[in-house]
Design a protein around this ligand. Structure first.
Ligand SMILES: [Zn+2]
Length: 472
């Protein structure tokens, strides 16, 4: 391993790190110290909570040296943060990391692929560092880069609010190949969480529902017990007091790590509940059924969830279902629909970054020509009526037979969108991909993804004839 900590320049240096208080950086030399550019407002340290741990630089990461294990929950309980050094753990919903070791104070980590089909790789990670107030933490991912278009996301308030640290926070190391970022923890921050995404857990859903508490137009119910004994939720919203004319089905998190999709789902539901013409039309005529966490266990356990062994949740829609939640969806939806389901949308996030479409919102096109034509119509409508910060153009859609969207991609099983398309009365059933961090140059975050969800709801409302299409 290279002596990374001893280098003071060249490509291996850390370029853009500083804390939020303009203080000099410990552990960095000369011009290598840059600026931490995440919005300060989004990275506020909560005023209540435990006092910052006193730290001593010589003890930094001391617990790492006590023996490296990959189970951080166990590790954290054996060596709590009170051990006077920095601690890393994943002992909270969504946590995921494997610690490879410590090199000159740099934590070398990898995504934990425990749920993934053999030989597969994916990029989800999410972990916490405690006991580093006023210190700089340095994190290195060897071999493959699991950091997206706007760098890592960080939270200083226990995972409620997050900000992207920016692509400039990440340094590529040539030999041995690695990607590294550093973060100067504010002196009043007892902990910081880092993730490749802006996570969305059950606790976030509870906060959303709390904001709408007492509203009779949205109810939370149980879908089923998951394989691990959790309750998977369904949300029903809109026209609930009587038989609706139209039903709409929304799903998210077939792939556990695709968390930005969940903020878009919130945005759609906000529109259904809104005190405006479209909101009233939704509640007058449409019942929405939303399944916020299809892979509920994966979301809470911190699995990445894509190409899960033995079967991906989004390939579990033929044959005997492997997953309890998918079995429950396949049982419930046809009965609930009663022939009135018109529109089904499965919300996803694409690959981490790069490529032709991973930094654009897009729909993978269906194989069926009529379904493809209907998608084209909806895509044009969405492009026309969207108002939020996230752009959308149909030209980034991935037609069937191109890129990854080919028959071989579905050889292991049927997807949700294909399954729902064949239900009686369904006119539209598709998947949408909402990027993790960068969409057509716009920042994707909790707020902008919610705004995009409201844009989707506007297009759906027009598509269903709830409100007129605006004059051009
Ligand atoms: Zn997905």
């Amino acid at each position: 391993m290279s002596d990374f900590g001893g280098q003071t320049g060249g490509s291996a240096g850390i370029r853009n790190v500083a804390d939020g208080d303009d203080a000099p950086l410990r552990g960095f030399t000369g011009s290598e110290a840059g600026r931490f550019r995440a919005p300060r407002s989004a990275l506020r340290v909560p005023s209540s909570g435990p006092a910052p741990h006193r730290t001593r630089s010589r003890l930094e990461f001391q617990v790492f040296r006590l023996g490296l294990v990959s189970c951080f929950g166990l590790w954290a309980s054996c060596f709590p943060a009170a051990a006077a050094g920095r601690t890393v753990d994943t002992g909270y919903p969504g946590g995921n990391i494997v610690l490879e070791g410590i090199t000159n104070g740099v934590a070398v980590v990898r995504p934990d692929l425990r749920d993934t089909q053999k030989g597969g790789w994916w990029f989800y990670w999410n972990f916490r560092v405690r006991g580093a107030a006023g210190e700089t933490v340095r994190i290195r991912f060897p071999e493959r880069n699991p950091i997206g278009a706007r760098g890592p996301a960080a939270s200083l308030d226990g995972g409620t609010n997050w900000a992207w640290l920016g692509a400039q926070a990440v340094t590529r190391i040539a030999e041995p190949k690695a990607w590294e970022f550093a973060f100067a923890v504010p002196s009043n921050a007892p902990e910081v969480r880092f993730s490749m995404t802006i996570p969305y857990q059950e606790s976030d859903l509870r906060r959303f529902l709390e904001r709408h508490r007492g509203n009779p137009a949205i109810v939370r119910e149980g879908l089923c017990r998951t394989t691990k004994g959790r309750e998977a939720e369904i949300l029903r919203a809109g026209c609930l007091g009587r038989e609706p004319g139209i039903r709409v089905l929304l799903t998210a998190r077939h792939h556990a790590c695709e968390s930005l999709a969940s903020f878009a789902l919130e945005g759609i539901l906000e529109s259904v509940l809104a005190d405006d013409e479209a909101g009233r039309a939704w509640r007058e005529r449409v019942e929405v059924l939303a399944i916020p966490f299809v892979d509920k266990d994966g979301v809470e356990d911190g699995d990445q969830g894509k190409n899960r062994a033995p079967r991906d949740h989004n390939r579990d829609y033929d044959g005997t279902p492997v997953h309890a939640t998918v079995a429950a969806i396949r049982d419930l939806v046809p009965r609930w629909s009663a022939g009135r389901l018109r529109f089904a949308l499965d919300l996803h996030c694409p690959y981490l970054a790069g490529g032709d479409s991973n930094e654009q919102v897009y729909f993978p096109g269906p194989e069926d020509a009529i379904a493809a034509e209907r998608l084209a119509g909806f895509a044009a409508l969405l492009a026309e009526v969207r108002r939020g910060p996230i752009p959308y153009s149909p030209k980034y859609n991935v037609p069937f037979g191109t890129s990854w969207n080919t028959a071989s991609n579905y050889s292991t099983g049927r997807s949700f969108a294909r399954w729902a398309r064949d239900l009686p009365g369904v006119e539209f059933s598709n998947t949408i991909e909402i990027p993790y961090a960068n969409a057509g140059g716009a920042e994707v975050n909790a707020d902008s993804a919610r705004a995009f969800g409201r844009d989707l709801a506007r297009a759906i409302a027009i598509h269903l004839g709830l409100v007129p299409r605006p004059a051009r």
